[in-house]
Ligand binder design. Structure first.
Ligand SMILES: [Zn+2]
Ligand SMILES: [Zn+2]
Length: 82
């Protein structure tokens, strides 16, 4: 999905610090473009895969898991809890 931080540009503008020694300068000349820290310059962030949740407690779990860590062991040893 498009990075909301930089609107897909991959960079964001930060205001520069005006040089106190330099007078009558355009403040915009100090504006800097830096790599967007959110998407690291990609302009897009990976869409989060559909999160699975532990059926017992609703904790988010990894894609290859059926239970959270807490209930994984319980499911293995306990088997069917009826
Ligand atoms: Zn970004
Ligand atoms: Zn759980």
């Amino acid at each position: 999905m498009i990075c909301p931080e930089c609107d897909g540009n991959g960079f964001i503008k930060i205001p520069g610090i005006p040089d106190p020694w330099e007078t009558s300068q355009n403040p915009f000349t100090n504006e800097k473009e830096i790599n967007c820290p959110t998407c690291e310059g990609d302009g897009e962030i990976p869409a989060t895969p559909a999160a699975k949740h532990c059926p017992a407690c609703g904790e988010p779990i990894g894609p290859g898991q059926d239970w959270c860590d807490e209930h994984k062991s319980a499911a293995l040893v306990g088997g069917s809890l009826g």
